[in-house]
Design a protein around this ligand. Sequence first.
Ligand code: ADP
Length: 409
Amino acid sequence: MNILVLNSGSSSIKFQLFDMGAGERLLVKGLADKIGLEDSYLKSEGPDGAQNQRAATLPDHRAALQAIFEVLRSHGPTENVASDVGGVGHRVVHGGEKFGESVLIDDGVMGILRQLVELAPLHNPPSILGIEICREMLPGVPNVAVFDTALHQTMPPKAYLYGLPLDLYRQHGIRRYGFHGTSHAYVAKEAARHLGRPLEELKMITCHLGNGCSITAFERGRSIDTSMGFTPLEGLVMGTRSGDVDPAVPLFLVKDLGMSPDEVDDLLNKESGLKGLCGERDMRDIETRARQGGEAAQTAIAVFVYRVQKYIGAYTAALGGVDVIVFTAGIGENSAYIRGEVLRPFRYLGLRIDGAKNQEGQTVFSCPDSAVCVMTVRTNEELVIARDTCNLIPCKEDPTKRRTRSPAE
Ligand code: ADP
């Protein structure tokens, strides 16, 4: 069965089409970008890696999805998208407290998704729009929502509550939710599978270090804490996001420096992090500049690494020890230097890394006698979405089968 995975943003839609038969084959992937702008384009890549990019008129998300369906047709085997796609999986950033797992979408779910816009005003509306258009353009094709937050719904109150008046949580849902759940879930399972151990038996810390960065602590197979919070701004220092700052800083920016709330929002989300510290957001460029003696780049790396170390230390304490530390996403998968720097202080845990294996990017790069296993695992959020979609869509022969109850029911 073919499953289409969509990640709808405010000005782009990423797509991947999988054949979920044996082997879970990726058939085509791509991106409709700069939707609503003059220079919008469509990019696609087949399984052989052959890429195609062309200018396309994409005034809105509907036109973008139409163009994506054209790409699917031209790549076959989807002659007719509505009949050849068995289901569409949508990445939805925020599931609030309503969704602790992926869900088959119906009118009730749509209603809850609209209510959740209050919690994610930037991220959820494009996903909702993508779902609405698919429901309309592909009648009869089931849609599934897969949430970035769902994995972390297992966090206990001591991890998800802020030290704020409890009514702010009760009345406005102000609490820590955590994000990147599909990535953390995927690499945690893959790591356990590689080690031939049940995830439930491992104390594991997963580090997703990409443009966005977060760390999750797994105990008995469940997320018990994660570094992102009410929004994806909390926690680690990221490409352009500040991560943790004293909450008095934004107040100072408004009250003493006269910035507007929107300007503060932009500053914390788009002008801070690595970019704020050294002017670059791309870790490859920052590493190059640091090697050439650039002081700002060296400082930015030191701040980035130190924050990761602090979270690993905190989660090791929260878990009462750690068996496995996993690195993933652009920086985590590719930068042996950052992995090595992050792990340097953890010799006190009996953690020993094999420098050569780390350089080669081997899956397990700790020494055989290391008390903690350290690993690099390539993430695949789209495959998680495709799998969840496949598992939730109703059987054609018996629509009551494989049907997960929606919270609205
Ligand atoms: P996103 O969160 O947008 O999916 P990615 O997971 O692709 O981001 O990660 C992007 C980050 O990974 C960038 O900072 C990029 O510089 C970094 N990165 C990619 N390859 C390397 C590498 N070989 N060395 C260091 N950093 C890398």
